[in-house]
Design a protein around this ligand. Structure first.
Ligand SMILES: [Zn+2]
Ligand SMILES: [Zn+2]
Length: 495
């Protein structure tokens, strides 16, 4: 039995209540669940002489070492494996055994600890890391899924269609559990790979959903095809996006397409989630169409924002890397996990101006730490190029239907200088020459480099090159530079 104060209300509890509650919960969670049952963290805390009950403040907590992707080489070390003898002595277990018998106590332990679902990371370069869920985690997935519905002001009577690719990937399963948790109609089509674009369009046409949920580029593609084939979808109210980041330009284009299909007041709502959190954090739908950040679940996870170089906490509202610690997860558990994502607007505990909720929020845009790369454009010195900036720029540029940045070596020679090639598809009616001029100029303004070459493609060609519907993450930045041992230092990431 946990001697914890009642969990605060997600919508309305004030920051000081949350901050106190989170520390109490963190200590209890570490002490009863993580440190005794996690091989990795049991070892780590011992090595550093840290006892969970000594963590009295966030400052104490910030002395616990961070966990990075590279630390997850042996995923089994991060799975909570209960020790039966320890469990049997727990007051909660004794209580259940006395009241309902030994079998009930055993069932309770099974539900809490036995892994029954797996989702996996989808890194571009690193090996995928499996994350295990127990029944306890699936219950929490229902809770965080329900909050997506609440933040998006959905209603039980609404019809929802989940267009995420069917895969062992958080996005698909979270959308599925959002429907279960909220108790509403949710049709999961499996996305483009399973039914094809046409199959998805036919289903949407038949069901006339209120809410579409999926990857930004796939939903854009579906809406565009639907519009071009003369469909009328007049019942759409929300478009909920996940799986990749969403540029402001794309939001506007999605709203325009929905209007053209007959739904003039669609709200576009983005979510931010990652495998290691086993949840996603939603934007909210309020009076305005302005995004007001990602609403966290402080009862389920502790989010910190750090300086990616020093690892120190940054003050609220300052940009930094997002670090996550679950407060009630079982199965695979990582503490102080470095996401590699930068929240440009930092963390805020101020009341949301859009929906009035008082849960903490992460303010975007959110970009990858590792996308600042050093390029050797000339033989003399390296140039640091922020590809996040370029991505935002290309997403927001009017007249571009799709794009891809390709890094090459001059003459495919590993010892030669780097080249940046830009692949583009123009929107119908846009002159390629105009686009070429506009893009080259904006490229140069943002990064002081200009693409070596622009290649124009049809939408079908470029979509294939990007892996739309085939890959879970589109390859918007591809590196085709041949590697030579002597050139290894040239491709080092700056972070
Ligand atoms: Zn509106
Ligand atoms: Zn809000």
């Amino acid at each position: 039995m946990k001697l914890l104060p009642h969990t605060p209300d997600w919508n309305a509890s004030p920051p000081e209540v949350w901050k106190h509650w989170q520390l109490v919960q963190l200590r209890d969670y570490l002490n009863r669940r993580v440190i005794p049952f996690s091989a990795h963290y049991g070892r780590l805390f011992k090595e550093h002489g840290i006892h969970p009950l000594d963590i009295k403040s966030l400052e104490d907590w910030s002395r616990v070492p961070l966990t990075s992707k590279q630390d997850l080489a042996n995923p089994r070390d991060f799975v909570l494996m209960p020790n039966e003898a320890v469990l049997r002595r727990e007051p909660g277990m004794i209580f259940t055994a006395l009241l309902h018998g030994k079998n009930a106590a055993k069932e309770q332990a099974e539900a809490e600890f036995r892994p029954i679902l797996l989702t996996s990371t989808t890194g571009r370069s690193a090996d995928p890391v499996p994350f295990l869920y127990t029944k306890h985690d699936l219950h929490n997935l229902d809770i965080s899924g329900t909050r997506l519905m609440l933040a998006g002001r959905s209603q039980r009577e609404y019809r929802h269609i989940n267009l995420f690719p069917y895969a062992p990937h958080l996005a698909f399963w979270l959308a599925h559990h959002a429907g279960l948790g909220f108790g509403t109609f949710m049709l999961s089509t499996g996305g483009g790979k399973t039914l094809g674009t046409d199959g998805n369009i036919k289903l949407i046409d038949k069901i006339q959903p209120d809410i579409l949920i999926g990857m930004p580029t796939f939903i854009y593609h579906v809406l565009r095809e639907a519009h071009e084939t003369g469909k009328r979808w007049t019942n759409l109210k929300r478009i909920v996006l996940g799986g990749e980041k969403v540029a402001d330009g794309l939001r506007a284009r999605l709203r325009d397409l929905a209007t053209a299909l007959g739904s003039p007041d669609v709200h576009v709502m983005a979510t931010y989630g990652f495998t290691e959190a086993k949840m996603a954090f939603p934007e909210c739908v309020g009076e305005s169409h302005e995004a007001s950040g990602y609403h966290l679940s402080p009862d389920l996870g502790l989010v910190e924002v750090i300086d990616p170089k020093t690892g120190e906490l940054v003050p609220d509202g300052r940009p930094g890397e997002i670090v996550f610690t679950p407060l009630d997860a079982r199965g695979t558990v990582v503490l102080r996990y470095r996401t590699g994502d930068i929240a440009e607007g930092g963390l805020t505990w101020e009341k949301c101006p859009n929906c009035g909720r008082t849960c903490p929020r992460l303010l975007g845009p959110i970009s990858r730490v590792s996308e600042v790369r050093e390029l050797h454009i000339d033989k003399l010195k390296g140039t640091l190029v922020n590809f996040n900036l370029l991505e935002h720029l290309l997403d927001d540029q009017k007249g571009i239907a799709a794009w891809q940045i390709e890094l090459r070596k001059r003459n495919d020679d590993a010892l030669e200088t780097d080249e940046v090639h830009l692949h583009l598809t123009a929107e119908p009616g846009v002159h390629e020459a105009d686009l070429e001029l506009a893009v080259s100029r904006r490229f140069h303004e943002a990064t002081e480099i200009t693409p070596n070459e622009l290649h124009f493609h049809t939408l079908a060609e470029l979509r294939d090159q990007l892996g739309v519907g085939r890959l879970l993450k589109e390859e918007k930045l591809v590196d085709h530079r041949p590697k030579a041992h002597t050139a290894a230092s040239h491709v080092a990431l700056s972070s």
